[in-house]
Design a protein around this ligand. Sequence first.
Ligand code: ZN
Length: 259
Amino acid sequence: MSAPTVADIGRHIDAKLRVEDIPDFAGALNGIQVETDSAITKIAAAVDARERTIRDTANAGANLLIVHHGLFWSGPQPLRGAYLRRVRLLLEHDIAVYSSHLPLDMHPELGNNALLARELGLTPETGFARYKTVDIGVAGRCDLATAELVARATRFARGHGHEVRTAGTVEGKVTRRWAVCTGAGAGQDTLREAIGAGVDTLIVGEGPHWTAIDAEEAGLTIIYAGHYATETLGVRALAAHVGDVFGLPWLFLDAPTGL
Ligand SMILES: [Zn+2]
């Protein structure tokens, strides 16, 4: 196979993640965000398209950066200051960017949600966290001390610079119905959905303050395993997959936010 360009790789990922079929927030801009003409020789994966990861991509000699939170996350903005530095670095070093938000979150094999469940020893049975026409998260049943689940989440999150928080924990509780929604996974919709479905333990990345109170009052345990930590899995899996398919080396650039 001749060395692929980002257009070749982008076509493959778009199809694999069904990018055209998955709704998302406007700022996600899923797909190739920065195109180059060069042959891709090495892939870097990171959670966030930020100055640090772009610089690390260049230093690692990679020329394709795969991210979960892309360059346009905050909507249109002038090319000034830190934002200009990101773009300038990309162009100066001839680095292409591919970004995938919800299509990557929800993918059954490469997705953040399925992989976090597996990481915690849980087997997904159904979808969870409805967004328009799709389920972003996963859910299932188990018979596991909630404290053990918290311990597993703690081990995982500490590897990514995050200290797990919990809400609504009760001593001696056993988790029988769980749901996972990575990233900013605790909110009005997911709490309502979890409580309605009889979920007793909700595992998320992060959530607003009030979710801890509502959870406790509803008898729901929430494990906040970190927005960053819970979204490290998808980009790694995607980079490994692309590396396999196209015969390219890849690396993960860790840049924890602590949140
Ligand atoms: Zn996120």
